[in-house]
Design a protein around this ligand. Structure first.
Ligand SMILES: [Zn+2]
Length: 538
């Protein structure tokens, strides 16, 4: 899209992602400059229209980021620098924040200002008139400097409900300053969908400027409110791709995008891009160092996972039976959770992924069913351990080869004198096609140390292991009904940035159980890489 079709762009429904600005306010989120660049690339690939990325004046990291990001060639997205209206009692050209905003050199800037008279007089301690001129001056100045301004009306809905006349005056001030878009914000996140719809409908069209929506999720309604606003005429939806943000988060754009495109038939991404939604959501989670909620609509690991036997039976006959949309429409996959109730037909379905010709009554199917039952009896559970289950199937149908032999591993625990952190060391010896590798690793705890050592040993032979990152580690002590020693079950979740898989290990020894899960995780990745390469030659 060239610069000339911006008028069209602002008319059609489009997405404004604020992962790097509002999302960065989320608990435990801290983006490096490199992280931010990765997220910008990912969001541009998905095709969001706007990426909001903070203010270069707010800290040196952001200054460096704006320097670097200007070198990227973005195909779909426009970068937006963010700031507030000028300070009171200061001329607009003398406000240092606005100067730093301009230094970002972006075509678009987002400016937030006060809408609620209570905030103006009690928090900002300005007069209502002063606030109006702060809004209008700031926008007029930025427009004169060649910027297109998206105006964020903070607390818009609360403000409107408290004093609709003043709230509308603030929007009029923004419009007469030359704002290109007025974004109505549910900053406290507590507005109900019918209010959002009613108020947005009143505003849209009233001022001759397109209207956007910016919702927070404090009442669990950010997605619903965003959808209602679009139905009422909003054309820009602001939020964060996986819903991260302060408190309960921002509107989850991955859900909204799929809802708009698949349920309402309203395009908001370039054609076909929705098929990469799951992939990009996982990339963003990965960069944010978060494990994506398995139950997240459309993009979660369990969004299309079926468990109960009857459901699985129905879904394998016709997916529509228990699926509201096709998993591949958003780039996700159907999966079947393992459990004893699920039964044989699901196991067969799994096997067919590797060997489509396998029949229900084939001996190998019976063999796998028997093996699963045996392992379940021993404490295994393949639910949430798809990776290990795939390996089990492969081993039984001859689609597996070992990647290394373990000679030994050794763990040494160390309690440092400061008593703060426990360090562990692992030593490992493996063989790959006759060649030996002996490595050592240090980590917080034995599993981490083993992971480091095994990775080092394998990297030489299989560079793909560098991409593996363990994202979750769960230990469950199984109460022993028999007289034998209690067992532990370890579940590991791993990712390579593209895929997420989980593996399981069970033993009476925690380290041994962790080792089994770890080896499955590495083997799963290596075997998938080999298959990908093999397919590339076909
Ligand atoms: Zn916000």
């Amino acid at each position: 899209m060239g610069k000339n079709d911006d008028t069209e762009l602002l008319k059609g429904v489009h997405i404004f992602d604020s992962t790097l600005r509002d999302g960065a306010q989320g608990e435990g989120i801290s983006f490096s400059v490199q992280d931010k660049l990765n997220i910008v690339r990912a969001l541009d690939g998905l095709g969001v229209a706007f990426i909001e990325a903070g203010n270069p004046g707010s800290n040196p990291k952001d200054l460096e980021f704006f320097g670097e990001v200007s070198k990227l060639k973005l195909e779909n997205s426009r970068l937006v620098a963010f700031g507030s209206t000028r300070r009171k009692d200061i001329a607009v050209a003398e406000d240092p924040n606005l100067q730093s905003l301009l230094s970002a050199g972006t075509e678009y800037v987002a400016i937030f200002g006060k809408t609620w008279d209570f905030h103006v007089t009690e928090i900002l301690r300005a007069t209502k008139e002063e606030n109006l001129s702060m809004i209008e001056d700031t926008i007029r100045y930025l427009v004169a400097e060649g910027r297109k301004v998206i105006y964020d009306a903070e607390h818009f809905f609360d403000a409107y409900l408290a004093n609709s006349a003043y709230a509308m005056e603030t929007l009029r001030a923004a419009a007469s300053g030359g704002a290109a878009m007025l974004a109505l914000c549910d900053t406290n996140g507590g507005t109900m969908p019918d209010d959002v719809q009613r108020i947005t409908a009143l505003v849209a069209g009233e001022l001759g400027v397109p209207v956007g929506i910016h919702c927070h999720n404090d009442a669990g309604l950010a997605v619903a409110n965003s959808i209602m606003a679009v139905k009422a005429g909003a054309t820009q939806v602001q939020g964060t791709l996986i819903g991260i943000g302060e408190r309960t988060g921002n509107a989850n754009l991955s859900t909204i995008i799929a809802d708009l495109e698949l349920k309402l038939g309203i395009p908001c991404l370039p054609k076909g891009k929705i098929a990469s939604l799951t992939h990009v959501a996982r990339q963003v989670a990965e960069t944010a160092n978060l494990s994506l909620d398995g139950g997240m609509p459309y993009v979660g690991l369990n969004s299309f996972a079926h468990k109960a036997g009857m459901h699985i039976d129905a879904v394998t006959k016709n997916p529509k039976a228990y699926e509201h949309v096709a998993p591949d429409s958003v780039g996700n996959e159907r999966s079947f959770l393992m459990s004893e109730v699920a039964g044989r037909s699901m196991i067969i379905e799994k096997i067919r992924k590797f060997d489509p010709n396998i029949q229900k009554d084939s001996p190998v199917a019976a063999q796998i069913v028997a093996r699963v039952k045996e392992l379940e009896h021993g404490g295994y559970q393949f639910e949430g351990a798809e990776g290990s289950f795939e390996l089990l199937v492969r081993k039984n149908i001859g689609k597996y080869r070992p990647f290394f032999d373990l000679h030994y591993y050794k763990i040494i625990g160390e309690q440092p004198l400061d008593g703060v952190s426990a360090t562990s060391f692992a030593q490992i010896k493996i063989g790959v096609e006759g060649e030996m590798a002996i490595t050592a690793g240090e980590g917080d705890g034995p599993v981490h140390a083993l992971d480091v050592a095994l990775r080092k040993a394998l990297e030489r032979f299989y560079p793909g292991v560098k991409e593996i990152r363990l994202t979750d580690f769960k230990v469950r002590v199984l109460d022993s009904q028999s007289a034998t020693a209690a067992k532990v079950r370890v579940l590991i979740e791993s990712t390579d940035g593209n895929h997420v898989w989980s593996t399981v290990g069970v033993s009476s020894d925690l380290i041994e159980a962790s080792w089994l899960a770890l080896v499955d995780s590495f083997e799963y990745k290596l075997i998938s890489d080999v298959e990908k390469r093999f397919k590339a030659y076909l």
